[in-house]
Design a protein around this ligand. Structure first.
Ligand SMILES: [Zn+2]
Length: 288
């Protein structure tokens, strides 16, 4: 008995912020997980369902995900239809999870008749996510509310600086060159906030390979709209990208990250790194 008491005391002494004391929360995808980590700091354990380099639109939850939700005090989601798989998952976890919608208060753009879920691509919106996360964490764990508030303030200041960085970078691009082709319709909020036009060619979706006809259509569109750069995420064959670039004179701008961070060792392991990567790729592809 005494041994266990001493062992317990040692454990407590060695870990002032013990894992058991921390608030367990779940974030639906990697970008949201990064926001929650920045606000939660050491007081929160964040588990992300859709990990790095994965697609939150078409996620197939594993049985372990239901357990993660059952163990969590809060479940942070994007909303706007991004996580169509979530309601069933919450149901299978017992239906008791408190779901927090991080986009609450944001007016969605439309993709056809649906809400465009990619609201995080505008930094002003990212700040709304952060304040929603701050308020939800503070309500769930009032003892740490001050810490969440000061973490959020520090991160919001970083986002303000990032927003200025993006605006300064876009200002360097001649106005008539602020347009790119990207296959996946994920940059509507970025386009609206920062004035770069993203054209997603008809007939190309993230779920299928581009056909010869799609490619011909893209080539025509690049020529007629004089689009300086191409970012085709779903054409994985580099020869095809090479052919489009050669036929149109458009530059291949590399990869734009839209819906997912990379792993720790990738070039976009955080939201801020992702935005910096994208703006660097855009400015270098669009400079005259
Ligand atoms: Zn998307």
């Amino acid at each position: 008995m005494r041994f266990w008491l001493i062992a317990f005391a040692l454990l407590v002494a060695a870990n002032p912020a013990r894992a058991a004391d921390r608030l367990n929360v779940v974030a639906s995808f990697s970008i949201l997980g990064d926001f929650v980590r920045n606000v939660g700091g050491n007081s929160v354990n964040v588990t992300t369902l859709v990990g790095p380099d994965s697609d939150a639109h078409v996620y197939a939850p594993a049985p372990a995900d239901a357990k993660k939700i059952a163990d969590a005090k809060l479940v942070f989601v994007n909303g706007f239809g991004l996580e169509g798989w979530l309601p069933r998952l919450v149901q299978s976890a017992g239906g008791k999870a408190t779901v927090v919608t991080a986009t609450s208060g944001i007016t969605p753009l439309k993709l056809g008749s649906d809400a465009d879920p990619h609201a995080w691509q505008s930094i002003a919106n990212a700040k709304v996510y952060v304040t929603n996360i701050r308020d939800a964490l503070a309500a769930a764990d009032p003892a740490n509310a001050e810490a969440f508030k000061s973490n959020a303030s520090a991160y919001l200041a970083q986002l303000d600086a990032l927003d200025r960085e993006v605006r300064e970078a876009v200002a360097q691009i001649p106005e008539n060159r602020r347009k790119v082709i990207s296959a996946h319709n994920a940059f509507g909020y970025f386009a609206a906030a920062y004035g770069i036009e993203f054209i997603a060619p008809a007939g190309v979706s993230t779920e299928s390979e581009a056909s010869a006809r799609d490619v011909a259509r893209i080539i025509t569109q690049i020529r007629s709209a004089r689009i300086p750069a191409v970012f085709l995420e779903n054409i994985t064959d580099p020869r095809l990208i090479g052919r489009i670039a050669a036929e149109t004179g458009a530059r291949v701008g590399g990869t734009l990250y839209s819906d997912s961070l990379t792993g720790e060792k990738g070039d976009s392991p955080t939201y801020i790194a992702m935005v910096r990567h994208n703006i660097k790729a855009l400015t270098s592809a669009l400079s005259p």
